[in-house]
Design a protein around this ligand. Structure first.
Ligand code: UDP
Ligand code: MN
Length: 241
């Protein structure tokens, strides 16, 4: 049997939410042995999200993890951090093997990346497209060997990578009981990957043909200001609070 994939998806209530989650659900419906951990930045489950999860027929957990008030409406918010930490603690108490991946609700995923990440022993990485002015963020590989990072915002980070560009073995995580994601905008990935110590960049498992292919894109949905609620047609009422 294939090792399970734990897909941790932070999400929050807004006009685009059901559209984003529909697209991601339809991707994950094509992935075998998946647990979808959908974690809302909210204090109550959004019924439309529950219904979408039921309709998708994927194994899922619908969890809640509101952003602490102190970080809300700041110029740079640590978006999705309480959600992802909730997902990590769920994995710590329910999972024993497999691989975890942080999949934001708005990105675009080629199915091949799920095949490739499934056998991660420690931490695997690959390029992410459509991010920063450079258009790509990736480990740099020379002669098959890790030789650095290419990213539009290095900012003193030891691991200057995007959330969508790495996966972690569940066993490796469980051996690191203190690993978590910091509430520090811009440093979420770096802080989490540093918290997996001992782990060094030269130990990264390089996927996507030695990081030469883009299988994940950091797409972002234009904010809409609909005059009509967008999910009326699908679920019969509005998803806007
Ligand atoms: N998110 C959240 N609460 C927020 C803002 C974002 O839970 O207040 C989630 C969002 O649904 C996404 C992730 O956190 O899965 C990252 O947010 P976003 O895609 O807006 O960030 P960016 O594309 O700017 O990195
Ligand atoms: Mn995003």
């Amino acid at each position: 049997d294939l090792p399970p994939l734990y897909i941790i998806t932070p999400t929050y209530r807004r006009a685009e939410q059901i559209a984003e989650l529909t697209r991601l659900a339809h991707t994950l419906m094509l992935v075998p042995n998946v647990y979808w951990l959908v974690i809302e930045d909210a204090s109550k489950r959004t019924p439309f999200v529950t219904q979408l999860l039921e309709d998708a027929g994927i194994r899922y957990e619908h969890l809640l993890a509101p952003m602490p008030d102190e970080y809300k409406n700041k110029k740079s918010m640590p978006k999705g951090v309480s959600n992802r930490n909730k997902g990590l603690s769920w994995i710590r108490s329910h999972a024993t093997e497999g691989v975890l991946y942080f999949a934001d609700d708005d990105n675009t995923y080629d199915l091949d990346i799920f095949c490739q990440m499934r056998f991660t022993k420690r931490v695997s990485m690959w390029p992410v497209g459509l991010i920063t002015k450079l258009g790509v963020s990736s480990p740099v590989v020379k002669n098959g060997v890790f030789s650095g990072f290419y990213d539009g915002w290095i900012a003193g980070r030891k691991f200057p990578v995007d959330m969508a560009g790495f996966a972690v073995s569940v066993r490796f995580l469980l051996q690191r009981p203190n690993a978590s994601m910091p509430f520090r905008a811009g440093y979420e990935e770096d802080g989490f990957l540093r918290s997996l110590h001992p782990f060094e960049p030269n130990e990264i498992e390089l996927l996507a043909s030695n990081c030469s292919k883009i299988l994940v894109w950091h797409t972002q949905t234009k904010k809409n200001q609909p005059s009509q609620p967008l999910d009326v047609v699908k679920y019969g009422s509005t998803n806007i609070a």
